[in-house]
Design a protein around this ligand. Sequence first.
Ligand SMILES: Nc1ncnc2c1ncn2[C@@H]1O[C@H](COP(=O)(O)OP(=O)(O)OC[C@H]2O[C@@H]([n+]3cccc(C(=O)O)c3)[C@H](O)[C@@H]2O)[C@@H](O)[C@H]1O
Ligand SMILES: Nc1ncnc2c1ncn2[C@@H]1O[C@H](COP(=O)(O)OP(=O)(O)OP(=O)(O)O)[C@@H](O)[C@H]1O
Ligand SMILES: NC(=O)CC[C@H](N)C(=O)O
Length: 552
Amino acid sequence: MSEALSIALAQINPVVGDVAGNIRRIRDARALAAGDGAQLVVFPELTVSGYPPEDLVLKSAFLDAVEAAVEDLARDTADGGPALLVGAPWRVGNDVHNAVLLLDKGAVAATRLKHHLPNYGVFDEARVFSPGAVPGPIQFRGVRLGVLICEDMWYADVAETLAECGAEILVVPNGSPFELGKGDVRLGRAVERVVETGLPLVYVNQLGGQDELVFDGASFALDAKGKLRLRLPAWQERVVTTTWSKGADGWTTQGTVAEEPGDDENIYQAMVLGLRDYVAKNGFPGVVLGLSGGIDSALAAAVAADALGADKVWCVMMPSPYTSRESLEDAAGVARLLGCRLDNVNIGPAMGAFDAMLSPLFHGRTPDITEENLQSRSRGLALMALSNKFGPMVLSTGNKSEMSTGYATLYGDMCGGYAVLKDVYKTAVFAVCRWRNAGRPEGGLGPNGPVMPERVITKPPSAELKPDQKDQDTLPPYDVLDGILHCLIEGEMGVEETVAKGYDDTVVRRVWRMLDRAEYKRRQAPPGVKITGRSFGRDRRYPITNGFTRTI
Ligand SMILES: Nc1ncnc2c1ncn2[C@@H]1O[C@H](COP(=O)(O)OP(=O)(O)OC[C@H]2O[C@@H]([n+]3cccc(C(=O)O)c3)[C@H](O)[C@@H]2O)[C@@H](O)[C@H]1O
Ligand SMILES: Nc1ncnc2c1ncn2[C@@H]1O[C@H](COP(=O)(O)OP(=O)(O)OP(=O)(O)O)[C@@H](O)[C@H]1O
Ligand SMILES: NC(=O)CC[C@H](N)C(=O)O
């Protein structure tokens, strides 16, 4: 029986579908861990394919590539260096499984299959994988390791069986996406498994952005009493080797427990990493966005500067006759503080051209929202032209309060490749701007100081599509709106339940109708990073054609 074991936690950032690149990332992490004397390196869930691979695993050509790469990687472990516990989609007979493989001594030494396939929220694993039987432990250098693959840790049964079969340490590879409060939820589930089994637990999560998801890492280790012995920093890649020894209380380890970031920092870092990886992994040279002097585009620009560096963020002020002097000054102030390029493109001529083109058809009609939206669409056209000509992706700036209520113009300010604030309510936008103005986040590539003039945060929000327009002419005050939306979206409450929280019945019904009616817009909106427990996109799937709304 072994009395010591060194296990490295590889909190790395794979790219979905990039099998060769992921194998390279695994090899790099193994080399680091080997330098620290690790005997075993534990990787996140499905590292070879990246997580979540979605329908890619329905293609046998992709599974062939994964299997060939794993066999090649396994041969590395004949060198006497650390063994690897890696996740990969894996065929067993006619079934495809979400598997973890032990690569040791030059071969695939053990295979374990995920038992609980998550199929709720953002997860669709039952669509592409078959569930595996409840597994037994893996023997490794005289220690019985109980492998739980992510969701398998969220229920008691798999850990219980592993403990009954003699497991000594629970090892959990994860692809656990970030949402606010998720750190506590994960820790809670892990502690439950430790308390039930009396076994220590090693939790390894992946890092990085993948379309609408972002993975925060924050891997950790608990001893057999459920005490947190080690936590890796959130939002950073890390390969950390832990030394485990067996004492009277079973296996334990010591390490540094990184502090958990607060909500504002987590929201900001999630946006930064989500955007950075979307841009880098899709090969864009940078982003271009409309900078209005308002708070949303200021925050979007700040996140982009921290994600990519100011030189990769191109801001464009596109004034109309309704643009105020303050807005021009504030846009210039944001670009100056961030150190980003700012150009001025006047949309007046486009507005005039559309008026002239459409006047024979619009004859006798009074100007209305149509002309307002033409301004927004002229800006969208200009940004898309810059993207086509020079290559940067258009960054969309709408927040969750706007996406919820449809307070945005289809093919206008909604155009773009990625909507970085899409899951951040307006009230949170204000808080996060104040937080960022107070200091640069860890790993941020933007300036080490304020990123927007104070007035951008304090002035009343306005779309400036007609004289003296304010958001609050159309929407309830943002604290009321966001409170109601939170009840309806995250809480899935009905009208009565929401009213019981202290909101006016008429306002609640109005917000409900706005929310439901805007589903068609959201289906056409760009993807954006999931931050809350219920983000728009695959996490919240409402019908567009929805007769229930008429009864509200
Ligand atoms: N169920 C459905 N399925 C498919 N399409 C549907 C639809 N219902 C309407 N539509 C279509 O959608 C159109 C209406 O949507 P849309 O054209 O977006 O226009 P709409 O929603 O009427 O107006 C845009 C709103 O966004 C506000 N806003 C706020 C902040 C910034 C900006 C900005 O632009 O910078 C705008 C603006 O003040 C206004 O209230 C209809 O004309 C119809 O063609
Ligand atoms: N004058 C402008 N110049 C450049 N972009 C603009 C201008 N006006 C609007 N936009 C773009 O359209 C988006 C929607 O802007 P609008 O001001 O209408 O609403 P908002 O949601 O209050 O956003 P913001 O707080 O950024 O102003 C802006 O975030 C910006 O990207
Ligand atoms: N990949 C998974 O199985 C993730 C599901 C899990 N409940 C989580 O979010 O952490």
